[in-house]
Design a protein around this ligand. Structure first.
Ligand code: SF4
Ligand code: SF4
Length: 76
């Protein structure tokens, strides 16, 4: 079974470059339809149950807005 993970995004710091959206191999992330406090449409971790904790979104974010957690019991 693949690793399970969770990516959280600091939506108020996100500048909406969507590098993370493009980097995610399983399409967890997409642009939000609601603006943040700076008037930007931030990235949203929408399909969280698909996350495999690969860390690509975390690595690619230029502003360190993303944290990735590996969920317990996801690997066997
Ligand atoms: S890479 Fe970072 S700044 Fe760019 S959209 Fe994703 S979370 Fe926002
Ligand atoms: S950790 Fe990997 S699978 Fe999870 S949201 Fe980020 S890029 Fe996608």
């Amino acid at each position: 079974m693949a690793k399970r993970g969770k990516a959280t995004i600091d939506r108020d710091r996100c500048k909406g470059c969507y590098l993370c959206v493009r980097a995610c191999p399983v399409k967890v992330l997409e642009p939000d339809t609601r603006v943040n406090s700076t008037g930007t449409y931030p990235s949203l971790s929408r399909y969280t149950d698909k996350c495999i904790a690969c860390g690509s979104c975390y690595l690619v974010c230029p502003d360190a807005c993303i944290e990735v957690f590996e969920l317990e019991g996801g690997e066997s």
